[in-house]
Ligand binder design. Structure first.
Ligand code: ATP
Length: 764
C-alpha cells in the first residue's frame, strides 16, 4: 500500500480493492500514527482525528517507526519499490482532497504515507467482509447451479425413460416379427416337405409346393367339415343311451359350442369394425320393430271372419266360403306365430353379438335350427308369400291399366265437351343442372300423371297427356296432329307452349337450334301439305301465313325487316271467323318448303338473347298464324280454318336470370303479359262473368284460344330439377286451371252461294 502524497496532515483517501473502490477513509499523518502504535489501540474517533502538522517533522517519525515490529518496514519496503501490495494488489488512491493542489504545487518530492496498522486492519476487515459477501454470492450461485443441474438431470431421466420404453416397444415388435417369421418359415418348410413327399424332385417347384399346400389345407378343411357335420347330425339319443336322460344331446352341445365361437368372433368384429357395429345396431332396431309388430298382431283380439248376408244363409256356397275364410284365418295366425318365433330368435342372436354374451343351450339350438335347417313350413310360407305377391302385382297392373283407360276416356269426353287439352312435357336435366348437383323433383307417374316434390311431399297432377324426359319430338307430335286435321276442316286451332324460362317451350314448338330435332311448327308445315296432297282430289286448298312477335307490349311483324316492323302498327281485330291481326303481312304459300322458308325468315328477326338460365332465351312471344281455306270440289262449300302456333316467352325471375337494363325491361313486359294471361285463365276457370282479355295484347291475341271459338292445346313445359320445383308447381297449377276452361269451337263453313256472294262483294 502506498500513497503518493506529500500531505502531512490527515487526508481523505479512497480504498480500492481489485480495481473496485471500496470506501473513503481518513488517514492520519505518520507522526500521529507512531504515537498510536506505541500507545494503546486507538478508538475509531482517534483514527478520524486530524491534527495539522508540518511536513518537515516527518523524518524523525520515520526513523522511530523502523524500530517497531510489524508492518511498517514491510510497508516501507513496498513503498520504496513503488509497488502495490503483492498479496492483495491493493493501493490507496489519492482522492480529491481540499488543498491538494497546494501541496502538489509546492513541488516537494514524493512523500510516502504509511497507513496506520488499524487503518490497514480496517481495510482488511472490509476486504474480508466483501469477500464474505462474495463467498455468499458464490454459494448462492453454486446452489442455483446445483438446482439447475438437478432439473436438467430429471429431464434427462425422463427422456431416458421414454427412449428406453420406445426401444423396448421396438424390441417387442421385432420379437413379434421374428416369431411370425419363424412361424412362416416353419409353415413354409412344412409345405415344402409335403410337396417334396408328394411330388418327388418336381415338388421343389414353387407351384407344385403351393398345390401340395392347397391339398393339405383342403384335407384339413374337409376334416373340419366332417367334424362339424358329425357334431350337428350327432345321435340325439346318445345321451339317453348313456343312461343320462337329463344330459343335453350331442347335437345341441355341438351347436352351442359352434355358436359360442361364432358369436365371439362376430362380437369381436362388432367391437372393432365401425360399419359392422352400425349394421348390427340397425338390424337390432329393425328386428325390434318387426318383433313389436308381430306381437301386436298376435295380441290383437282375433275377430272371426265376417258374416254373410242372411238371405243365402246355409247354402252350400256360403258354407264353402266360410270354411275357406276360417282356413285362411288359421293360416294367417300360424304364419304370424312362426314369424314372431323367428324374429325372437334373431333378436337373441343379435343381442348376443352386441353384448358378447353366450347364448344359452336352448337358444343356441333354436338359432342353429332356425338358421341352418329351414323346415318345410317356411318353404311353404315363401311359396304362399310369392303367390300373394304375384297376385298383388297382377291386381296393381290391372288397376293401373284400368286407371289409364279411364283417364283416356275421360279426356276424350272432356275434349268432346270443348275443354282445352293440356299436355305436360318434362325436359331432361340440363348439363349445368347436373354439374350443380341438382336432383330430379318431378316424376312422370304414367302417361296421364305427373308428380312434383313440394315441401309438404309429392303432389300429383293429371293432364291429357304427360311426356317424360325420354319422350321424342315425334311422339309429342303424333298426339298433336289430330288438331291439324281440325284446322284443315275449318276450325280455329291453337297450340301454345307455356312454362318457366328454359323449360323447353321453344324446343317443343320450334325444335333445337340446328333443327335436327324439329318441333311442332316445322312438323306441322309438313303435315299440312301432306294432308293437302291426300285430299287434293276432293278439295282445293289455299294456305297463307303471318308471323308476329309480341315484344315489349308491341306486336311486330316478323315477315318484314325489323326497321319496317317498328314502323307498322298491328292491331287485333275480330271478324266472323275469328281474330285477325290487321296490318300484318300475310303471305300465300304453296308448299311446306315455302312455308318453312318463311318461318326461318321470321325466326331470324325474332328477339332472342342469352340469360343465366337459357343461352337462347326468347325475349318475345311468337305467334304464327296459318290460314287454310278449303273449297269442297263436290259442293262448292268453303271452310276457313286457322292454325295458331304460339311459343310464349317464359316467366322469369330477374335474380335467377341475371336480367339487367334492356333484358330487365323485356322480362317485366313478359311477366306482365303472362300475369294477364293468368288472370284470364283464372276468370275463365272460375266462370267469372267478366274475363279481362283487354288488359294485355297477349290476352287479346289469345282471346279465341281461351274460352273462344277454337280447339286449343296447351303444352305446359317443366324443368325436372329441384332448383326449379317452385316454378314447376306454379306452372302445373296454372295448367290445371286451363284444363277447366271450355271453348266452343265451331266450323267456319260457308255454302257455295254465300262464298260466291262474298267473293263478288269483295270484288266489287
Ligand atoms: N325435351 C328436350 N330434350 C332435349 N333438350 C331439351 C328439351 N327441352 C328443352 N331442351 C333444351 O333445354 C334448353 C332450353 O330450352 P328452350 O330454349 O326450349 O326453353 P324455353 O322454355 O323456350 O326458354 P325461354 O322461355 O327462355 O325461351 C335448350 O338448350 C333446349 O335444347
Amino acid at each position: 500500500m502506498y500513497v503518493n502524497s506529500p500531505a502531512p496532515e490527515n487526508v481523505s483517501l479512497s480504498l480500492t480493492f481489485l480495481g473496485k473502490k471500496i470506501r473513503n477513509v481518513s488517514v492520519a499523518p505518520a507522526t500521529k500514527q507512531r504515537a498510536w502504535e506505541t500507545a494503546a489501540l486507538p478508538s475509531d474517533s482517534d483514527v478520524s482525528m486530524a491534527t495539522g502538522r508540518k511536513a518537515g517533522r516527518s523524518h524523525n517519525s520515520t526513523t522511530f517507526l523502523e524500530e517497531l515490529p510489524g508492518s511498517v518496514p514491510d510497508l516501507r519496503e513496498e513503498v520504496q519499490r513503488c509497488q502495490p501490495c503483492p498479496v492483495h494488489k491493493t493501493h490507496l488512491d489519492r482522492d480529491s482532497v481540499p488543498g491538494q493542489r497546494d501541496w502538489e504545487e509546492e513541488g516537494s518530492n514524493d512523500v510516502k504515507i504509511f497507513i496506520p496498522y488499524d487503518s490497514a486492519k480496517l481495510c482488511i476487515t472490509q476486504i474480508a467482509e466483501d469477500m464474505q459477501l462474495m463467498r455468499n454470492r458464490h454459494l448462492e450461485m453454486v446452489q442455483e447451479l446445483e438446482e439447475n443441474f438437478q432439473m436438467a438431470s430429471q429431464q434427462n431421466q425422463t427422456l431416458k425413460d421414454q427412449n428406453q420404453k420406445h426401444i423396448e416397444e421396438k424390441i417387442n415388435l421385432l420379437d413379434q416379427i421374428k416369431a411370425e417369421a419363424t412361424h412362416w418359415d416353419r409353415e413354409k418348410s412344412g409345405t415344402e416337405r409335403a410337396a417334396q413327399t408328394q411330388g418327388g424332385a418336381g415338388g421343389k417347384l414353387p407351384l407344385e409346393g403351393a398345390k401340395a399346400r392347397l391339398e393339405v389345407l383342403k384335407e384339413s378343411l374337409y376334416k373340419r367339415e366332417r367334424e362339424i357335420t358329425q357334431l350337428l347330425q350327432g345321435d340325439t339319443d346318445s345321451s339317453r343311451l348313456d343312461g343320462e336322460p337329463n344330459r343335453p344331446p350331442t347335437t345341441r352341445l355341438g351347436c352351442s359350442a359352434l355358436l359360442n365361437a361364432l358369436v365371439h368372433k362376430a362380437h369381436c368384429v362388432y367391437v372393432e369394425v365401425a360399419e359392422a357395429k352400425l349394421l348390427v345396431d340397425s338390424m337390432v332396431e329393425e328386428n325390434q320393430l318387426a318383433l313389436e309388430r308381430a306381437r301386436e298382431f298376435l295380441e290383437r283380439p282375433q275377430t272371426t271372419p265376417p258374416e254373410h248376408g242372411s238371405a243365402e244363409e246355409g247354402t252350400p256356397t256360403v258354407e264353402r266360403c266360410r270354411g275357406d275364410e276360417n282356413q285362411e284365418h288359421q293360416a294367417d295366425l300360424q304364419t304370424s306365430q312362426m314369424t314372431l318365433q323367428k324374429v325372437e330368435i334373431i333378436q337373441t342372436a343379435l343381442e348376443c353379438i352386441r353384448k358378447g354374451t353366450r347364448p344359452g343351450l336352448d337358444s343356441a339350438w333354436e338359432i342353429c335350427h332356425s338358421c341352418a335347417e329351414p323346415g318345410p313350413e317356411p318353404d311353404q310360407d315363401n311359396l304362399q308369400l310369392q303367390q300373394v305377391r304375384d297376385e298383388n302385382k297382377r291386381i296393381i297392373e290391372n288397376y293401373n291399366s284400368e286407371r289409364i283407360m279411364r283417364k283416356k276416356y275421360y279426356n276424350m269426353v272432356e275434349d268432346m265437351k270443348g275443354k282445352i287439352r293440356v299436355f305436360c312435357r318434362i325436359r331432361p336435366m340440363g348439363r349445368t343442372e347436373t354439374a350443380g348437383g341438382s336432383r330430379a323433383a318431378v316424376d312422370c307417374v304414367d302417361e296421364y300423371s305427373v308428380a312434383v316434390e313440394t315441401p309438404r311431399g309429392w303432389k300429383e297432377f293429371q293432364f291429357d297427356r304427360v311426356f317424360g324426359t325420354a319422350s321424342s319430338q315425334e311422339e309429342v307430335f303424333q298426339d298433336t296432329s289430330r288438331l291439324i286435321q281440325s284446322a284443315m276442316d275449318g276450325f280455329n286451332v291453337c297450340i301454345f307452349a307455356y312454362g318457366q324460362t328454359g323449360s323447353g317451350k321453344t324446343f317443343t314448338m320450334v325444335g333445337d337450334k340446328d333443327l335436327r330435332s324439329p318441333g311442332i311448327m316445322p312438323r306441322t308445315f309438313r303435315k299440312i301439305f301432306d294432308l293437302i296432297q291426300e285430299n287434293a282430289a276432293k278439295f282445293d286448298f289455299k294456305v297463307s301465313a303471318y308471323m308476329l312477335e309480341l315484344y315489349n307490349d308491341r306486336l311486330l311483324d316478323l315477315l318484314v325487316s325489323p326497321a319496317e316492323a317498328f314502323g307498322r302498327k298491328i292491331e287485333i281485330k275480330k271478324d266472323k271467323k275469328g281474330l285477325v291481326p290487321q296490318g300484318a303481312e300475310t303471305t300465300a304459300v304453296g308448299s311446306a318448303e315455302e312455308l318453312f322458308a318463311l318461318f326461318q325468315q321470321g325466326c331470324a328477326n325474332r328477339h332472342i338473347a342469352a340469360t343465366k338460365m337459357n343461352v337462347e332465351s326468347s325475349r318475345s312471344h311468337l305467334i304464327i298464324g296459318i290460314t287454310v281455306e278449303s273449297t269442297n270440289l263436290t259442293n262448292g262449300s268453303v271452310s276457313y280454318g286457322k292454325l295458331s302456333l304460339v311459343d310464349l316467352a317464359g316467366s322469369e325471375r330477374a335474380a335467377k336470370t341475371g336480367a339487367k337494363d334492356d333484358q330487365l325491361k323485356e322480362a317485366n313486359s313478359i311477366n306482365k303479359s303472362l300475369s294477364a294471361l293468368g288472370d284470364v285463365i283464372f276468370a275463365l276457370s272460375s266462370e267469372q262473368p267478366h274475363v279481362p282479355y283487354r288488359n294485355n295484347k297477349l290476352t287479346q291475341v289469345m282471346q279465341d284460344s281461351l274460352g273462344g271459338n277454337a280447339k286449343t292445346l296447351m303444352f305446359v313445359n317443366v324443368s325436372p330439377s329441384d332448383c326449379n320445383a317452385e316454378e314447376t308447381l306454379t306452372s302445373l297449377t296454372y295448367a290445371t286451371r286451363v284444363k277447366a276452361i271450355t271453348n266452343s269451337a265451331q266450323k267456319n263453313l260457308e255454302s257455295k252461294e254465300i262464298a260466291h256472294l262474298k267473293e263478288v262483294g269483295h270484288c266489287c
